[in-house]
Design a protein around this ligand. Structure first.
Ligand SMILES: C[S@@+](CC[C@H](N)C(=O)[O-])C[C@H]1O[C@@H](n2cnc3c(N)ncnc32)[C@H](O)[C@@H]1O
Length: 366
């Protein structure tokens, strides 16, 4: 395998553009594709992408490609593939295949050929529950092999044990914050904070903390992994003290306890404050205006829709009366509920969120 190769950053569908902007900010030259972003680099770039990107759900390394017109050819070429340059004979692996517009159309048979090639040529065990996954895409008779270098999805930062109802994924929360123009310097308030995702992401960004600092990754199991270079990369992260301007509240006392525990585990307890209060009791935080980021209940997942119109109208009024100068971002699957706030909102692109299609609706300064 070459020293430099294509790296595909998988995005939440609809959040490719902010992920590309994030990758550009980290020094890569991203190209937006449907479903993600392509960059070029070597293994240290793969590690850095996993460690630093807040918006990617996983990082795939493009291993190589070859043509295969039938299964016997796939078998032969998969056996010749230099597996030892990336995989280790002692680490279990599995293969996932998709076929499109190709003479090889049976994904199961293709998977079996590639897995057998890895098992017999490299000696690596094949296991259906293996954490390491080789992804084979067969399109127009071209077999493209990639490796999932991430393992468990990147939205799992490794700090959240307690999860409230309908939590926002950290990867999405970070990209919606970016969509609001959050750069770490502005105060952030989530008055329906649930498990605290927006507030904790914002505080981590302000504190310069790497999102992957506490977790492990698939690439640590690869032949190309260099533990001392990785330790040096992780050790070079220099967190900075952040101002204590990241506020969450929720009417559910359990959610507030969870948020506090999650913030402590993430190391941002000192920069965050969580209060148990209903939206009607919202107080304007001291200090300059900032960004309200809220993901209110939207009915499809929790509760019924009817009363939610009243809740959204009340929320809009509270924001107008108490948060003059703040900008508001509302993430919801229901445009009608967003509009029920009576706020002057503009909507962003559709984003897939656990079977729902949500959008970020945002205002200018109130
Ligand atoms: C969709 S969840 C938010 C999830 C959150 N973004 C997270 O990542 O965990 C909606 C939250 O709104 C809260 N909520 C509902 N009605 C409320 C009210 N009147 N005042 C304050 N919070 C409310 C619920 O307790 C719930 O935690």
């Amino acid at each position: 395998m070459d020293d430099r190769f294509e790296i595909f950053l998988v995005a939440t569908p609809g959040l490719e553009a902010p992920l590309a902007a994030e990758a550009a900010g980290l020094g890569w030259q991203p190209s937006v594709q449907p479903g993600g972003v392509t960059i070029t680099g070597g293994w240290p770039d793969v590690w850095r992408a996993n460690l630093w990107l807040r918006g990617a759900t996983r990082v795939l390394a493009r291993l190589g490609s070859f043509r295969a017109l039938h299964l016997a050819q796939l078998d032969k070429r998969a056996r010749k593939f230099p597996w030892a340059t990336v995989l280790r004979p002692d680490v279990p692996v599995r293969v996932e295949t998709t076929c499109k517009a190709s003479r090889i159309y049976h994904a199961g048979a293709a998977t079996q050929r590639i897995e057998r090639a890895i098992a017999e040529e490299l000696g690596a065990p094949i296991a259906p529950d293996a954490g390491l996954v080789v992804k084979a895409r067969i399109e127009d008779d071209l077999v493209t092999l990639s490796l999932d270098t991430t393992g468990e999805s990147l939205h799992k930062r490794g700090h959240k044990e307690a999860v409230a109802k309908a939590p926002m994924r950290e990867t999405m929360a970070a990209m919606f914050l970016r969509g609001m123009g959050f750069d770490g310097s502005q105060p952030v308030l989530d008055p329906m904070c649930g498990s605290g995702t927006f507030v904790i992401e914002a505080a981590e960004i302000a504190a310069g903390l790497a999102p992957g600092r506490s977790r492990s990754f698939g690439f640590q199991q690869l032949a190309s992994f260099d533990p001392s270079a990785w330790d040096a990369m992780r050790g070079a992260v220099a967190p900075r003290p952040a101002p204590a301007q990241f506020f969450g509240s929720d009417c559910d006392a359990g959610a507030i306890r969870m948020s506090q525990a999650n913030a402590e585990r993430a190391g941002v307890g000192a920069f965050t404050r969580f209060d148990c209060r209903a939206i009607g009791d919202l107080q304007r935080p001291d200090g300059p205006p900032g960004i309200v980021m809220v993901n209110p209940p939207y009915g499809a997942r929790i509760g019924n829709k009817g009363p939610l119109f009243g809740l959204h109208a009340a929320m809009g009024q509270v924001f107008r009366e108490r948060l003059r100068g703040w900008r508001v971002g509302i993430v919801t699957s229901e445009g009608a509920l967003a509009k029920a706030t009576g706020l002057p909102l503009e909507s962003g692109p559709v984003v897939a969120h656990g079977g729902l299609k949500v959008r970020l609706w945002q205002t200018g300064a109130l």
